[in-house]
Ligand binder design. Structure first.
Ligand code: ADP
Ligand code: ADP
Ligand code: ZN
Length: 231
């Protein structure tokens, strides 16, 4: 089984050093596959920040910025925001200092042109795909609750907050995302299969694709990810 790094580097490194090595990881997977949930765990394990383009866009909508205004109609329809908008946004974000020693991308790239633009500005080590069937996704989405202040994600059954509808991390009120209603979810799944799933072939051709089962519980997914990444 191949790993993102040679197994030999793994034994002698502690987590801080792993972060310093600058692992640049992409999380792939359908909407609701568990990318954000896994990212919040991997931040600790890898010592690098996670960047969610969805969270950046939702924050822009909340603050009613020009970016938010241009993105909102696409998001509400379950469509992708145009490449030039998200590519510019992502470039700006990973140019920041905290990304120098690696990062986790949650929700980017989502199209081949986005992946090509990313390859021009960063050396990606690994694309980890969370495999979850569509019928499981539809169940997950109905129970998802999110914090629009800090971006944390919960599930009413699989990962409830300590206090109902209150964010454990920042205390803000949890909400249901407007695009998590069943009809929009179906549209987002179609968009995923058409435009984002081909990225698996893109990264496979580069020898960087790892796939894990994302349909088990949250701790099982974390364990599979740690194994696949050789952490
Ligand atoms: P999920 O976590 O359910 O996959 P995200 O929070 O990543 O959803 O994204 C929500 C919405 O934001 C997407 O449906 C899309 O409209 C927009 N979006 C996020 N990231 C991108 C991207 N890289 N390219 C285009 N649109 C994006
Ligand atoms: P994504 O970022 O890929 O859209 P999320 O991390 O937001 O996905 O997860 C979608 C929903 O499913 C959330 O409500 C989350 O709490 C829940 N969830 C995530 N991973 C699992 C899992 N392995 N088993 C059950 N529920 C999960
Ligand atoms: Zn919060």
């Amino acid at each position: 089984k191949t790993r993102c790094w040679p197994a030999s580097t793994r034994v002698s490194l502690n987590k801080r050093e792993v972060g310093d090595m600058g692992m640049k990881l992409i999380l792939l997977g359908a909407p609701g596959a568990g990318k954000g949930t896994l990212a919040s765990y991997l931040i600790e394990q890898m010592g690098v920040p996670s960047i969610s383009t969805g969270n950046i866009l939702r924050e822009a909508i909340k603050n009613n910025t020009p970016l938010g205004q241009s993105a909102k109609e696409y998001m509400d329809a379950g469509k992708l925001v145009p490449d030039e908008v998200v590519i510019g946004m992502l470039k700006e974000r990973i140019a920041k200092r905290d990304c120098k020693s690696g990062f986790i991308l949650d929700g980017f790239p989502r199209t081949i042109p986005q992946a090509e633009a990313l390859d021009e500005i960063a050396h990606i080590d690994c694309a980890l795909s969370l495999e979850v069937a569509d019928d499981v996704i539809e169940k997950r989405m109905t129970g998802r609750r999110v914090c629009l202040r800090c971006g944390a994600t919960y599930h009413v059954e699989a990962n409830p907050p300590r206090v109902k509808d209150v964010c454990d991390i920042c205390g803000d009120k949890l909400v249901i995302r407007s695009d998590d209603q069943a009809e929009v979810v179906r549209h987002r799944l179609e968009t995923y299969h058409e435009q984002t799933e081909p990225l698996k072939g893109y990264y496979e051709a580069q020898g960087k694709l790892k796939s894990i089962d994302g349909a088990q519980g949250i701790t099982a997914t974390e364990k599979f990810a740690v194994e696949a990444l050789g952490l």
